[in-house]
Design a protein around this ligand. Structure first.
Ligand code: SF4
Length: 211
């Protein structure tokens, strides 16, 4: 079993590996590989998204960078003192995260933004290793139900005991798991996740980390 948290050459999910090859032919300038976690290696605050977006992380090689989904997220990180810049524009823009890292439950771009269960399960080994390596009193922020369930699985806990809910907080040993609706374009455009709601999540995370 792997103990690494990321492998740039991983092709363990055949459907995703083939899809990345196809997308890479169509968009030769795009990154089109597994997208690595981004940020502070010693971070106590880890944000877990679903998977790279076609024209965002899959293009730039940095999670939540280059498309709509990351705009509000990076604004919050800056507002609450985790980021050196308000906007994440490209992998080489010198943005630095402090005590914070962003990762994805699935590291490769899935067709239609929908990984299948087997892909989530296969990539879960990387997430499990990443969560196991967290320092004491860490806060893990799950963006959306799929990320939440991937975290519960990675920690070998029973899904029925830990349901996803916006602003739900679970004490899981040395990890505090905080849930939020995903900051996708759909959720922010429809008002399912407002700026105020997302800001309250980050205020809570900051409060937990400062306790
Ligand atoms: S999704 Fe994860 S496990 Fe699957 S090919 Fe990509 S990096 Fe490997």
């Amino acid at each position: 079993m792997t103990t690494t948290i990321f492998d740039k050459s991983c092709r363990a999910c055949p459907r995703l590996a083939e899809f990345l090859d196809t997308v890479g032919e169509r968009y030769p300038d795009y990154y089109c590989k597994p997208v690595p976690p981004f940020g502070d290696k010693e971070a106590q605050f880890v944000i877990v998204g679903l998977a790279p977006g076609m024209h965002g992380a899959n293009r730039t090689g940095r999670p939540f960078t280059g498309d709509h989904a990351g705009i509000l997220l990076y604004q919050m990180l800056y507002k609450f003192g985790f980021s050196s810049q308000r906007d994440s524009l490209a992998a080489d823009d010198d943005l630095r995260l402090t005590n914070c890292r962003i990762t994805n439950a699935v590291k490769c771009l899935p067709p239609d933004n929908k990984p299948v269960g087997a892909e989530i399960n296969t990539c879960n080994a990387f997430l499990a290793n990443e969560l196991m390596s967290l320092p004491q009193a860490s806060v893990v922020l799950a963006l959306g139900g799929i990320a939440h369930r991937a975290i519960i699985k990675a920690l070998a806990l029973r899904q029925a005991d830990y349901k996803f809910g916006h602003a739900a907080l679970y004490e899981l040993g040395q990890i505090r798991l905080l849930d939020s609706y995903h900051c996708s374009r759909y959720n922010t455009n429809t008002g399912r996740l407002t700026t105020e709601m997302f800001e309250a999540i980050f205020a809570r995370a900051r409060e937990l980390l400062d306790q």
